[in-house]
Ligand binder design. Structure first.
Ligand SMILES: *Cc1c(COP(=O)(O)O)cnc(C)c1O
Length: 842
């Protein structure tokens, strides 16, 4: 356990932090009023200067922008001083490379961090606006798909909170993840032009513009007794950086998220332009700019598209060039890079950074292969995020060779040398060597490249790391056991509790002080309050208030009335078959059937089932499951026998800002992936932190949640990961037989084809049915094992349900325990651990 501070020490810290709490200006004091007047003047002035209006005529959007710019001015001061400080005294810095940063909204988060929420609230109120409404007009920075992108965002927050110097590096997509609308139960995707109304939070850094070269060929020539490689006939894309300040809670440290935008080197082809062919004149420009146009919307799934490889090289090359030029400016030796720079690769998407650093060190800095390889090996660390094979990136080498000819050569050479080493280690074991090789069957395995080159490889939860060591990467583990580490994911408590659940945060502060906001180990001081009836009641009252707020949101957005007293059972995450939203749907159908078919002895405890999930636009099965859930909702919510007991709600456009609204209101957190498939999960942590009980499989971080709270405070069901892996290895699915012999299961599965939820569209859900009971073209039927886990799941749902119905006070006690034991899942703990075991910053 992380908490080994003595009681006295903890109390001392708490006392100190409570004192600090009052650094937030107190309403009624002269300082508060002065600041408030200053803010009012700033906002009024900006509305006038930028929008040409008086404040009386301004709308929420204009006031948002004016307020955000005022906040930005304050942050700029700190940001500039922090950068100066870092330049004065060079120290080791982290570069966190990620294809995705799912940041969400910035304004409220920044206000919280600079401790000025209250004074802005008053200032806006006196100007006739509400801070809450103003915050709602900000568009999410949705530059990510799900957990992986949100993890990157939580990590930036924690790095800053811990005063560690770090840069997030990625792509400034013009369009983030699509916006989801539900029309007639179907998902419709709409573009997300998040920059269109103007982004207040980032600033261009044209002085750091870099060139990125694609295609062309390599000329080899001897010069001064060395082989030189010259890249010619290439196409140039310009990378323009935009920096966003990353504030931390109550600290002067301000880190930077640098996102690169792709631009064409030519404004326009003037020859074509003068000839009057305007379309042609812009052709090349469009080809360059398409690189940072849009985020690929697949989660946990890799698309072998050329444009995606271009995106990867684009941001990685610009980033590595920038790192080197900064290093040079500090007058440091190239050989000292690993002492001043750590580059972290978030999943394999930025792996191309490894050969790119090799290229720059050798071709630009004149280093030998061995020296460059040694530097690379001490600079890079890699996080694996999934064992799903459809997510493992493999690029055709001919694509790499033609798009990135010099990198192609370097990767071939890494492969050649690696094969020699492997041959010495495993003589004649060609099967193993092919499996481990960097290039095999004409494809480069990005994971194998990382495993070969990086000094550290980590999984994101204990179980996941064990699977990596024992299964996925077992051969690499056998030669480099010291590289493998576990870094269980975490979430930032600032956004996911302090900000998302202000009432609960105040209650916790009243009980144990506010030290927990910065020091996660203090959250456990809440544990004794689980046994305090008065505290439990207050805790439950706050949950009820949050449920009322969410109920209002649901009424406004879905037109569905839900009972805040009912059990709020939520499953919020990307829609993916392995996450098993369909299993939840089957449980709802089970409840529906038992109430309508045997009303006399059915459980009538009111429940509200809340889903929120985006499906990748090309993922047929996932989109069909969304339609299925919505059709179930239509039937169940309107059937006179169930409409006052069961409500099914699908909240559209799941995003960070929607997640913030839901986590505070959840009673039960659905974490029901097929064991072994969910590397960690972080939604589970956000919900636990807000006092939801988990119902889940022994998968990902659920295993560690159970360890923290104990068996009595979590609902665990279903097959274990080794059983699942064992079943797959037999290649025989138990599901067809279960379907044939188990009448309960059959009656649920048959609702997919008997019209219960499809009206006259008889075959609407046939594809789901087939995949469960037959498999597609002889593939393993029911690959995510819904049917084998079904009865265990229903049974466990009933346990949760009975507890909520019969003993809410006991439920509340468990809820408090869940919040109190969530400390381990702070991303501050995760980052401390990365730093201690991998980066060694400061
Ligand atoms: C936390 C989060 C996720 C990850 O949820 P999981 O349940 O871990 O898959 C996905 N999307 C958003 C918007 C999130 O905030």
């Amino acid at each position: 356990m992380a908490n080994n501070t003595s009681k006295a020490e903890t109390q001392d810290k708490t006392a100190k932090n409570v004192a600090e709490y009052h650094r937030q200006l107190k309403p009624g004091t002269p300082e508060f009023d002065m600041k408030k007047d200053f803010i009012k003047d700033e906002i009024t002035g900006k509305v006038k200067r930028y929008f040409g209006k008086t404040i009386a005529k301004a709308g929420d959007m204009e006031v948002y922008r004016a307020a955000a710019l005022t906040i930005r001015d304050e942050i700029m001061e700190k940001w500039v001083s922090y950068q100066e400080k870092c330049e004065r005294k060079p120290q080791k810095e982290l570069y966190y490379l990620s294809f995705e940063f799912l940041m969400g909204r910035a304004m409220g988060n920044n206000l919280m961090n600079i401790m000025e929420t209250e004074v802005y609230k008053s200032a806006l109120k006196e100007l006739g606006f509400s801070l809450e409404n103003i915050e709602e007009v900000e568009t999410d920075a949705g530059l990510g798909n799900g957990g992986l992108g949100r993890l990157a965002a939580c990590f930036l927050d924690s790095l800053t909170n811990l005063d560690l110097p770090a840069f997030g590096c990625g792509i400034r997509y013009e369009y983030g993840l699509f916006k989801q609308k539900i029309v007639d139960g179907y998902q419709i995707e709409m573009p997300d032009p998040w920059l269109q109304s103007g982004n207040v939070w980032d600033i261009a850094r044209p002085e750091d513009t870099k060139e990125v070269h694609f295609n062309g060929r390599i000329i080899e020539k001897w010069e001064d007794g060395h082989m030189k490689f010259e890249h010619v006939d290439y196409n140039t894309v310009i990378a323009e950086p935009y920096d966003m300040p990353i504030t931390g809670f109550d600290t002067d440290t301000v880190n930077t998220l640098r996102l690169w935008k792709a631009c064409s080197p030519e404004i326009m082809n003037m020859t074509e332009f003068n000839r009057g062919d305007y379309a042609k004149a812009n052709e090349n420009k469009d080809l360059a700019e398409v690189i940072s146009k849009v985020l690929y919307p697949e989660d946990n799934h890799y698309e072998g598209k050329l444009l995606r490889l271009k995106q990867q090289y684009f941001f990685v090359s610009a980033t590595i060039q920038w790192i080197i030029s900064k290093h040079k400016q500090k007058n440091l030796s190239m050989f000292d890079i690993p002492e001043y720079v750590q580059i972290h690769i978030n999943d394999t998407h930025p792996t191309i950074a490894i050969p790119e650093l090799m290229r720059l060190l050798m071709d630009e800095e004149g280093m030998s292969w061995d020296d460059a390889w040694s530097i690379v090996g001490r600079t890079f660390a890699y996080t694996n995020h999934t064992i799903l094979c459809e997510a493992l990136e493999k690029w055709p080498m001919d694509m790499v060779d033609s798009l990135l000819p010099r990198l192609g050569q370097i990767i071939h050479e890494i492969d050649r040398r690696q094969r020699i080493a492997l041959n010495e280690r495993f003589p004649g074991d060609t099967g193993k060597i092919e499996y481990m090789a960097v290039i095999s069957r004409g494809q480069v395995s990005m994971a194998n490249l990382c495993l070969t080159a990086c000094h550290s490889v980590n999984g994101v939860a204990a179980l996941h790391t064990e699977i990596l060591k024992k299964e996925t990467f077992k051969d690499y583990y056998s030669i480099y056991p010291y590289k493998f580490k576990n870094m269980t994911n975490g979430v930032t408590f600032r956004r996911w509790l302090y900000k998302a659940n202000p009432e609960l945060s105040s209650l916790i502060c009243e009980a144990i002080g506010d030290g927990w906001v910065k020091d996660y180990t203090q959250l456990e001081n809440l544990l004794p309050f689980a046994d305090d009836k008065a505290f439990r009641d207050k805790f439950a009252k706050i949950k009820l208030n949050n449920k009322e707020k969410l109920a209002k949101y649901i009424l406004d957005h879905n037109g569905i009335t839900v009972d805040p007293a009912s059990l709020f059972d939520v499953q919020i995450k990307r829609l993916h078959e392995y996450k098993r939203q369909l299993l939840k749907a089957f449980h709802i159908i089970y409840r529906y059937k038992s109430i309508t078919e045997t009303p006399e002895n059915a459980n009538k405890m009111p429940e509200t089932f809340i889903f929120a999930a985006k499906a990748a636009p090309g993922y047929h099965m996932a989109k069909l499951i969304i339609k299925f859930i919505n059709n179930i909702a239509k039937v169940v919510n309107n059937d006179p026998m169930t409409k006052d007991i069961l409500k099914v709600v699908f909240i559209e456009n799941y995003s960070v800002s929607i997640a913030e609204k839901i986590v505070a209101a959840a009673n039960l957190s659905e974490q029901i992936s097929t064991a072994s498939k969910e590397a960690s999960g972080t939604g589970n942590m956000k919900l636990m932190l807000n006092g939801a009980l988990t119902i889940g499989t022994m998968d990902g971080a659920n295993v560690e949640i159970r360890e923290q709270v104990g068996d009595d405070n979590i609902f665990i069901f279903g097959m274990q990961s080794d059983e699942v892996l064992g079943l797959y290895s037999t290649n025989r699915s138990p599901s067809p037989e279960l379907y044939a012999t188990n009448m309960g299961i059959k009656s649920i599965v048959d609702t997919l084809i008997d019209g219960t939820f499809s009206g006259d569209e008889h075959n609407l859900f046939y594809d789901i049915y087939r995949s469960l009971v037959q498999g597609n073209n002889g593939s393993f039927a029911d690959p995510y094992l819904l049917l084998p886990d079904f009865e265990s799941y229903v049974h466990t749902c009933q346990q949760a349900n009975s507890l909520y119905k019969d003993n809410q006070d006991e439920w509340n006690r468990k809820a408090v325990i869940n919040t109190a034991k969530a400390g381990f899942f702070s991303s501050d703990r995760t980052i401390e651990s990365y730093n201690k075991e991998i980066w060694h910053l400061r």
